[in-house]
Design a protein around this ligand. Structure first.
Ligand code: 1GP
Length: 249
């Protein structure tokens, strides 16, 4: 029987560090190498996802990584009908910053019967795309306008709506490879209004940036591109230590 990943997320010391592995950018061997080292150097969970899904080997990819790691392996879907029953859970995203119905509810309707059949744990997650300097893949692929980065009140209104709807986590997304991360002012303002786990990612390239985001109130700091381009596991360890240093316990 699989673990309750949401409970693990609630219970894990915060801030936590999740590493995103994109199966379109890493082969299986590279993905395993990154996941195994991520676990070794203190990463708390692995997200697996991509904006497009160019490869059809997601199931093998996840099964292989699962067989060599013990931390939670969570699907972070670009398109919700691409997933695998081998994962521990899936972030069941609704892109609430969007006004494109396909990414608010369309993808979820298509995916729900299969996810139910697989018995995969879902974590209902409010996904907010925040403007970050240039067009990102997620913006283009979802045909959605990001929320202006200098409008924290609008961002907060979205987060409050998500909480009232009953969603279980909030993901503030600048977009993979973003020029600018989600502003720390936005993170701290959002943290003041919600007790839901607050996930922040996009454009985090240095331990210093990760530290500011953790200090501002992110419960989970997500890094992706930095370790796709640079398999420097000393740097990975430094990211982990910097993020974990912000823990109170
Ligand atoms: C993207 O938030 C993640 O969905 C990670 O972004 O690749 O820029 O680290 P980066």
């Amino acid at each position: 029987m699989k673990n309750n990943v949401y409970k693990q997320i609630l219970d894990m010391p915060k801030p936590a560090h999740f590493v995103l592995i994109d199966p379109d950018k890493s082969g299986i061997d590279e993905g395993i190498d990154l996941a195994v080292n991520a676990e070794k150097f203190g990463v708390d969970a692995i997200l697996i996802g991509s904006s497009i899904h160019l490869n059809d080997n997601l199931d093998d990819f996840i099964r292989e990584i699962k067989s060599k790691t013990t931390i939670p392996i969570i699907i972070f879907p670009g398109i919700l009908n691409v997933f695998s029953s081998s994962a521990d859970a899936i972030l069941f995203l609704s892109m609430i910053s969007s006004r494109n119905p396909q990414f608010l509810i369309g993808e979820q309707v298509r995916a729900a019967p299969i996810i139910k059949k697989y018995g995969l744990e879902t974590i209902s997650t409010a996904y907010l795309l925040i403007e970050s300097g240039k067009m990102t893949s997620v913006q283009y692929m979802s045909n959605s306008m990001p929320i202006p980065r200098n409008k924290p009140d609008i961002i907060i209104a979205h987060v409050l709506a998500a909480e009232l709807i009953g969603m279980k986590a909030v993901y503030l997304e600048a977009g993979s490879g973003a020029d600018h991360t989600v502003p720390t002012e936005v993170i701290s303002r959002v943290k003041e209004v919600t007790s839901l786990p607050l996930i922040v990612g996009g454009g985090i390239r240095t331990p210093e940036a990760a530290e500011s985001i953790a200090k501002a109130g992110a419960d989970i700091v997500v890094t992706g591109t930095i370790f796709e381009n640079n398999r420097d596991f000393n740097l990975l360890a430094e990211f982990c230590q910097t993020i974990h240093k912000q823990r109170n316990d």
